[in-house]
Structures are given as C-alpha cells and as structure tokens.
Design a protein around this ligand. Structure first.
Ligand code: ZN
Length: 202
C-alpha cells in the first residue's frame, strides 16, 4: 500500500472515531433531556353519553332545556369530561374514569366542574397552563349556537385562561348512527398545554 493510501485510511479512521464520539455525546445529552418536562404537551379527550328521558341535559356546565338528558353516574357532561381527559392525557396521568370511578357514591349526580377543578389543579401543580383548547361537540339536537358563549365562559373561568385560548365548535351527526338519531351525544377535545413562564428574577 502506498504511503498516500495509508494516510487516507488513517484520516478516515480518525474521522469515524470522532464522529462516533460526537454521536454518543449528543445521544447522552438527548437522553438526559427526556427527564425534563417539555415546553408543550398535547392531549386528546373523547366522551360519549346515551341520551335518555327524565334527566337534565348539562353540557359545558350549562343546563339546556330539552326532553332528554345524559345517562351517567355524574351529571353526564361529555364536554367537561372530554376536556378533563385531554388535560390528564397531556400530563400522562390516568384517565377520568380511573381518577373518579363511576361506582364511587361520592360522584353520583356530581357537578362535573369538580373534575375540571381537579384537572386544573394537577395542570397548575405541574407548571403548565392552557396553550389552546379546541372542542368539537357533536349533538344532533337541540341547537347549541346560542349557549356556546356561556359554555366557553365556564371553560375560561375553570381553567383560568383567556377567551382567545378556547374554541368551541358544535356540529350535528348528519342524522346517522346513535348521535344522529339523538340517542347519544359526544365530544372531542384537543389541548396544548404550555409551560408557565417562570417569574423574572428580581
Ligand atoms: Zn362522561
């Protein structure tokens, strides 16, 4: 082997060694970062309740005049329940059914704002606040356009956030399946949590 070829091979060896050292340093740094809470977290929540006669319909904390209401252990507020589950999901906590079992007599007929308060408390303690919350309520009847602002006010108040960070969309289910036949109603939520800014040092 010529002297030049020997030099090329030696050079390549040094390059591979330094590259692999660099890769392992970066990997170690990335692994230690996994223990640090990320700046943002995303969560998804979904809930569905059967609609039956003889019980009030409560959605987003608002009691809606209607001949059907949710069949549930608590007040059956699918909007609050899916918001709670989205926040718990973002925080990698157990779901709402595990935290508040539906066979626990303390939660019979419960106002679901207590679950919202608990979700807020856990989010706040972990150092997060609402980045934005996007709600999709799916309900064939009644129309909820006029009560969406009251629902939104409740979310803003309970989650200690602002109007600009909460959106409630409502739609029908095009008369198909149980939701479309008003035998049930459902809700999806996507949330972004963001790390609260730390207070500036004085
Ligand atoms: Zn529910």
């Amino acid at each position: 082997m010529s002297y030049v070829n020997q030099q090329i091979i030696a050079q390549r060896g040094r390059y591979v060694a330094s590259k692999s050292r660099f890769v392992s340093v970066v990997a170690a740094a990335a692994e230690s970062d996994l223990d640090v809470d990320p700046l943002i977290r995303i969560g998804h929540g979904f809930d569905i309740h059967r609609l039956i006669e003889g019980t009030p319909l409560v959605i987003g904390g608002v009691t809606i005049p209607f001949h059907l209401g949710a069949d549930a252990h608590s007040d059956g507020d699918a909007l609050y329940h899916s918001v709670v589950d989205s926040i718990l999901g973002a925080l990698t906590l157990p779901d709402i059914g595990q935290l508040f079992p539906d066979n626990d007599p303390r939660f019979k007929g419960a106002d679901s704002s207590i679950f919202m308060e608990e979700a807020y408390k856990r989010m706040n303690e972990r150092g997060y606040r609402i980045g934005n919350l996007d709600v999709t309520l799916i309900l064939q009847t009644p129309k909820v356009k006029d009560i969406k602002p009251a629902m939104k006010d409740n979310l803003v108040r309970l989650l200690r956030t602002s109007d600009s960070r909460v959106n409630i969309k409502a739609r029908t289910h095009e008369k198909v399946d149980s939701i479309g036949e008003s035998r049930s109603y459902a809700c999806h939520v996507v949330v972004i949590l963001e790390k609260k800014p730390t207070s500036p040092k004085l």
